[in-house]
Design a protein around this ligand. Structure first.
Ligand code: 26Y
Length: 820
């Protein structure tokens, strides 16, 4: 379908016109960045018409709405994706060609809006794409951080964080909506006043500071269906001058404070992934965007409905992890204090409107706020949480009379802390995990007591990814090849990929499939040459681990294995070794020392190996700087092997694993997260599985008995590699540089259990699995079949499927179609 606005000549004219209007330049004088702005504006023009039509349709149909509340949306670039979903990519590419521009280069001008850290934020972005494509009324609600996730520079092998000023040239795909501004209040105290008219107490917040929340809307274009949903991100601005007039001179100080509050609140995304730090500013961020979003949702509801008791029929608030859990208390506050409901009425509505997704079992990621901090910052919200907690404890006592242990483990407020996960579970009607294994662990281990009390709330929603970005846009050669063979139904119905299975014995098809992989490897090799100055051999096996750097993801095990291989090659130069390129990409949280040291280790090992001429380029190690959504798209398309090697039970789902699979890279991994379901779909013979099972890991954790030293003592290969961490092999003779890593594995002077993530326990079976990878790859026909079967079996892992399950089992939304 070609929209009339993309008639080539008209589009070219629009671009020229935009360059003139925006920059007073002719097209040959404009910079690439200016062309990007002009092209984007022309695209936005088309989107706006569909956006308006969608809003009209929603007003007419009055469908149920899901608000996807998330501190993070890792959107990646919009231009290419919007063109894909408008089905205008190829036409625009041609039009720009004719103007003398390369669409790929223009796309590269766009900053990556990196308003997220990793998996959780990217999942939110995939969900928005699927919601719009499936025709559901959905709003993403988040924060317009002025600085997204830092840019990573590598200097002397170390990670350096550079601020990401993504808004500096202006972002063409956003719309400021000051008419929907909301006031958000912090601090002060609560005055209680008896209202004789209603016979009830009124709770009035006084002496507070406040900021204005100003929404910016970004269009979320559905695929080929004219639907355009909205991602609404809130910016903060100080209350304007007229309010300042209200202050007498003595309050000048307060006015300045309010101005600073507004500046600070949306300044920067916290770069922690799966690690809670307890920063006051983060709590402010949470309340800021939740209060604004919930106020707006209620105002919107009241515009078209007159009874707030119907809210659960028309609205769901989906909480993306515990970060937006404030929703429970803020909704209660509005229903109680502003709408005058009784506690019972308000609680009934709240607990039928909120739903919570858990993304991790890592204890250090659980949000627990000190009462002190919480009650000072949000006095009224805290009162409400106290009352929720009081009643919740009564419920526990009712169910388990005399059982203090249950209260200790389950209370929302305990030990001087507010436990956000407990609030999210008590205050909502649904609790879901993000892969089958993860949900089972939640039920049996982490949230056992809650599952026992509310079994009906628990459910699983295995994650998914959008094939529009991660196949169509990321891998156009493969996308076209697939469409040539089975039609284009897969674009909105990924299980259609199974039709490719008939080609598994077709030599020509296999050859073409692998040839596309080769071309994508050449494309990535060029990127690596340009960005790292390292020459890699596109005929070597591209073995890839890209994801956030975290100990549980075990990038360390990967690089230790590389060190082991290098030792083998040096010791047996005659050995027949298939050339391999190990590719890493990972950002470490700025304050995560051990993760940053692991990056240094990877780069140090790379330095030594890449510069050792004696191994004839059999082994290369590449650390791709500044891994992010845009270069991820190049990387997935070019990968031969997908490293998914987390300690079993620790990776809730993973979604990178699905992106590799879709692009034809078999999984080398543990039975963790969604890997379990990937293996189920593709067959164990088309994956390389190794290592402890989740049950074995949990058993060690609960009962002890793990001794890494035993591996060190009994296995000379392991011992050699570990000794190289402290004998200067990779540190120019500096014995200290990597000592911390050595200690972490063997516990010479560490606080936590040695080798917390069972690297030594899994090392040998990992090395064995790697040998099987090599053997399989040498048999090029066998490998081609495996690769093709991975793509052909990826159907389950579309976020379209995930979203449909959320709709059917949690949200119960109505499907909308745009009438022509
Ligand atoms: C508390 C705070 C500092 C915090 C910030 C970010 C805690 C957690 C996170 C991010 C968590 C995250 O990204 N989790 C990942 O979610 C993905 C989507 O469900 C999963 O695929 C992945 O396994 C999980 O680690």
């Amino acid at each position: 379908m070609l929209d009339s606005h993309f008639k080539k000549e008209e589009f070219k004219k629009a671009v020229k016109e935009n360059v003139k209007m925006l920059y007073r330049k002719t097209i040959d004088e404009a910079t690439q960045q200016q062309i990007f702005q002009a092209v984007s504006l022309a695209v936005k023009d088309v989107i706006i018409d569909n956006w308006l039509a969608t809003q009209k349709q929603y007003e007419k149909d009055d469908p149920k709405i899901v608000y996807y509340l998330s501190m993070e949306f890792l959107m990646g670039r919009a231009l290419g994706n919007n063109l894909i979903n408008l089905t205008a990519y190829k036409e625009v590419k041609e039009a720009l060609d004719e103007l003398g521009f390369d669409l790929n280069v223009i796309e590269d001008q766009e900053p990556d809006p990196a308003l997220g850290n990793g998996g959780l934020g990217r999942l939110a972005a995939c969900f928005l794409d699927s919601l719009a494509t499936l025709g559901y009324c959905a709003y993403g609600c988040g924060i317009r951080y002025h600085y997204g996730l830092f840019k990573q520079k590598i200097e002397d092998g170390y990670q350096i964080e550079v601020p990401d000023n993504w808004l500096k040239d202006g972002y063409p795909f956003e719309l400021r909506r000051p008419e929907y501004a909301k006031e958000v209040k912090f601090g002060g105290y609560v005055r209680v006043e008896y209202d004789a008219a209603t016979g009830r107490n009124q709770f009035i917040q006084e002496g507070y500071q406040s900021v204005m929340a100003i929404p910016y809307d970004m269009p979320i274009v559905g695929y080929n269906n004219k639907i355009v949903n909205t991602l609404r991100i809130w910016d903060a601005e100080p209350i304007t001058d007229f309010r300042l007039d209200l202050f007498d001179k003595g309050e000048y100080h307060k006015a300045v404070e309010q101005e600073n509050l507004a500046k600070n609140i949306v300044e920067v995304l916290y770069p922690n992934d799966n690690h809670y730090a307890g920063k006051e500013l983060r709590l402010k961020q949470q309340y800021f965007f939740i209060s604004a979003s919930i106020q707006e949702a209620i105002a919107k509801f009241k515009k078209n409905h007159d009874d707030l008791h119907d809210l659960p029929k028309k609205v769901t608030f989906q909480l993306n992890d515990t970060h937006p859990t404030m929703t429970v208390a803020e909704l209660m506050r509005i229903l109680l204090d502003e709408e005058g409901m009784t506690w019972e009425e308000a609680w009934d509505i709240t607990t039928h409107t909120c739903a919570y997704t858990n993304h991790t079992i890592m204890a250090e990621a659980l949000e627990k706020w000190p009462i002190e901090l919480f009650s000072k910052l949000l006095p009224r919200v805290y009162q409400i949480i106290e009352e929720i907690n009081r009643r919740f404890i009564l419920e526990i006592q009712n169910k388990y009379p005399g059982n203090q242990e249950k209260i200790r483990k389950m209370a929302i407020i305990y030990d001087g802390q507010v436990k956000m996960a407990h609030l999210a579970i008590a205050g909502g009607y649904s609790v879901n995990g993000v892969a089958r294994l993860h949900t089972e662990i939640l039920k049996k281990q982490e949230l056992k007591d809650f599952y026992e009390m509310y079994p009906e709330k628990f459910n699983n929603k295995t994650n998914g990814i959008t094939q529009r970005r991660f196949l169509m846009h990321a891998n156009p050669l493969l996308a076209d090849w697939i469409t040539d063979h089975i039609g284009d139904g897969w674009i909105t119905d990924l299980p259609e990929l199974a039709k490719l299975k008939v080609y598994v014995d077709d030599k020509k098809a296999l050859q073409e499939f692998m040839n596309i992989k080769y071309q994508n490897k050449v494309r990535l090799a060029k990127y690596i040459q340009e960005h790292n100055g390292i020459e890699v051999n596109p005929h070597s096996i591209f073995d890839v681990q890209v994801k956030r750097l975290h100990e549980y993801k075990r990038q360390l095990m990967n690089i230790l294995h590389v060190m082991y291989l290098y030792n083998e090659i040096k010791a047996h130069p005659e050995m027949d070794f298939y050339p391999r390129t190990f590719i890493f990409g990972a950002k470490a949280a700025a304050g995560y020392r051990r993760a940053k040291l692991t990056i240094k280790l990877i780069n140090s090992v790379a330095d030594v190996i890449n510069n050792d001429a004696s191994i004839n380029g059999k082994l290369k190690v590449v650390f791709i700087e500044n891994y992010r959504v845009s270069n991820a798209e190049l990387i997935f398309a070019a990968a031969d092997v997908s490293e998914q090697i987390s300690t079993a039970s620790k990776e809730a789902s993973g979604t990178g694993n699905m992106k590799f699979m879709l692009n034809g890279a078999p999984t080398l991994g543990t039975m963790d997260g969604a890997n379990v379901e990937i293996v189920e779909e593709v067959g164990a013979e088309n994956a390389f599985i190794f290592g402890l099972t989740a049950d074995q890991v949990i058993n060690y954790e609960n009962n002890g008995g793990y001794d890494p030293m035993q591996y060190f003592n009994n296995d000379p290969d392991i011992r050699n590699v570990l000794m190289q961490l402290i004998n200067g092999t990779y540190s120019n003779g500096d014995f200290n540089m990597f000592h911390e890593i050595y200690d972490s594995l063997l516990n010479t002077n560490c606080s936590d259990r040695a080798d917390t993530y069972f690297i030594l326990a899994d090392f040998k079976s990992y090395a064995e699995a790697q040998k099987k990878v090599e053997a399989a790859y040498r048999d090029s026909e066998r490998w081609a079949k495996m690769a093709l079967l991975n793509t052909a079996s990826a159907g389950k892992f579309s976020s379209d499927r995930t979203i449909q399950q959320y709709v059917d089992e949690i949200w119960h939304l109505d499907k909308v179609t745009i009438e022509e």
